[in-house]
Design a protein around this ligand. Structure first.
Ligand code: SIN
Length: 540
């Protein structure tokens, strides 16, 4: 590492720092703006969140034949009973109000004959998924939230700033240290409380449906700051991402199977009824593993998703974005089967949180995919993530209100000089390291894991983790560092869990046995730098 020294400066003042600008961050910022000054810090631009690209929709019990209790039991069942019931109950009970509010703010969900159109997705006992412009639901929700945030005079933005670390003084979080992505200028942002809404870490896998920016930044910085991470072994693999050697694995919404799409193996055979009675509408973890098995059995790198029987008019109006995307890769989905394979999609684990976003680090709150409040258990129910962002993003204001009193601006500002200025370095092999990490995680810590594959992965990750120690300042370097640290936590947790449950499948422990299966894995960075998985028996 080549080293130079950079001084810190103090950035704009705020009561609440929201890091991340996806659905949870925006909803939280709107709520927090009632309590004080909010500063939203985001890497890249505010228009680049993962939430923006959510296709399928948002699950909510608003249909006449539906009920929050049914949504609750579907959520818990899909999560293999590992989910925390209090969190799941809050999700389904507060969800309808959050959606009605969004509609009042201008969100336009699709209707049929004047009534909202509710779609079917896997493992839901009712059709309860609202969508917008067919398959552009995330875009519509973010549009409305951005507009609402723009109307709040208490909300300000700090775009193109990468949060390098949390500012922790005497065991409490008081802000963050950010780097300007263009000038590389480092600034400290003191605040009475920090909310992390940075999303997931799908980019640590070679195949992922996630945007380039899903690099586990929030999980990694919370871990470095001493917060507990929970259930990190549970990474959801979406069953159907476009498989073309020359294209990124774009998501093909679960809603395509909900509308009647069928999966076929390389020989053209329908196979899911052999794996689960609900066939194409089985929970995601089951469908993804069934695809994997068929790929192995037929020695193929993919299976096919067949929607040709749904008809051209229906396909092009119901899935306009997917239709156009595939056409760009020369696949007309109205006439051809689509090559698909599973891809990393969603982290059920994350920074351990209570139902109001509180973490084990005082002053730090979390919401959305970066958080683990246990709502998804071992496998997230389809289309529950947008709802989670809205519900828990809004609730976080309760904890923030309790945290906000008692610190004067003078006191907060006085904390800044206590941050020690360190020498700054650059990684010379950042791109190579990123690619090696993504391949390693895909091959060794993917959909199917073994003790041997995990041990081997861990040895590499420990080595890489040592290599990236020190203060970095370039966004690409910092992302690699974050991904390596999150990958290490996932691998340690996967090694620790010697059974198979939901999205975590160990070939050497294929069943879910033993009295401790309901235990949540927890990891906290123990001084000086070794990760320590802790077992704490906490029933569902
Ligand atoms: C999809 O449309 O299949 C993705 C939505 C989700 O992850 O719930």
């Amino acid at each position: 590492m080549n080293t130079v020294t950079t001084p810190y400066r103090r950035g704009p003042e705020a009561d609440f720092l929201v890091i991340g600008s996806g659905i949870a961050g925006l909803r939280a910022a709107i709520e927090l703006s009632r309590l004080g000054q909010v500063l939203i810090v985001t890497k890249g631009s505010r228009f680049q969140s993962n939430s923006m690209y959510a296709q399928g929709g948002v699950a909510v019990a608003l249909q006449a034949d539906d009920d929050v209790h049914l949504h609750f039991s579907d959520t818990i069942r899909a999560g293999h009973q590992l989910g925390r019931e209090d969190a799941a109950r809050i999700l389904v009970e507060e969800g309808p109000a959050r959606i009605q509010e969004l509609i009042a703010w201008g969100a336009k969900f699709d209707k049929i004959g004047g009534q909202f159109a509710f779609a079917t997705e896997g493992a839901h006992s009712r059709s309860r998924v609202l969508r917008a412009r067919g398959d552009a639901t995330g875009h519509e929700i973010i549009r409305v939230l951005l507009e609402r945030a723009r109307q709040q005079s208490n909300i300000r933005w700090f775009d193109r700033h990468f949060t390098r670390d949390l500012l922790v003084v005497d065991g409490r979080c008081y802000g963050a240290i950010v780097v300007n992505e263009i000038t590389r200028d480092v600034q400290t942002l003191p605040a009475t409380c920090v909310l992390l809404t940075t999303g997931g870490a799908g980019q640590m896998y070679a195949r992922t449906t996630n945007m380039d920016n899903a690099t586990g930044d929030g999980m990694a910085m919370a871990y470095r700051a001493g917060a507990v991470l929970e259930d990190m072994e549970f990474v959801q693999f979406h069953p159907t991402a476009l498989y073309l050697p020359s294209s990124p694995p774009c998501l093909l919404s679960e809603a395509m199977r909900g509308e009647g799409g069928i999966l076929r193996n390389r020989k053209g055979e329908v196979f899911l009824p052999r794996y689960h009675p609900a066939a194409e509408l089985a929970p995601r973890d089951i469908v993804a593993r069934a695809i994997w098995s068929e790929m192995v059995l037929t020695r193929s790198r993919h299976v096919y998703l067949d929607v040709t029987h749904l008809g051209k008019d229906f396909i092009t109006t119901r899935f306009p974005t997917i239709y156009q995307t595939c056409l760009r890769f020369d696949i007309d989905i109205t006439e051809e089967w689509i090559p698909v394979s599973p891809s990393a999609h969603y982290c059920m684990g994350g920074v351990k949180a209570g139902i109001d976003g509180e973490t084990t680090l005082p002053g730090l709150l979390v919401a959305g995919e970066v958080a683990c409040n246990g709502v998804h258990g071992a496998n997230r129910l389809a289309s529950n993530s947008l709802l989670e962002g809205l519900v828990f993003g809004c609730r976080v204001a309760r904890s923030a209100a309790a945290l906000s009193g008692g610190f004067s601006r003078t006191y907060l500002n006085s904390l800044v000089p206590r941050v020690v200025t360190e020498p700054v370095g650059t990684l010379e092999d950042s791109e190579k390291l990123r690619n090696s990490l993504r391949r390693l995680m895909w091959e060794n810590v993917g959909l199917v894991r073994t003790g041997d594959s995990l041990v081997q992965a861990l040895a590499w990750l420990v080595r890489w983790d040592r290599h990236i120690q020190g203060t970095l300042q370039m966004r690409s370097d910092l992302e690699v560092k974050n991904m390596i640290q999150v990958a290490r936590c996932v691998t340690e947790a996967a090694l620790w869990r010697e059974n198979s449950l939901g999205a975590h499948y160990r070939e050497d422990f294929p069943t879910c046995t033993g009295p401790a299966w309901k235990t949540h894995s927890q990891i906290r960075r123990a001084p000086p730098s070794e990760a320590t998985p802790l077992a704490s028996p906490q029933a569902g």
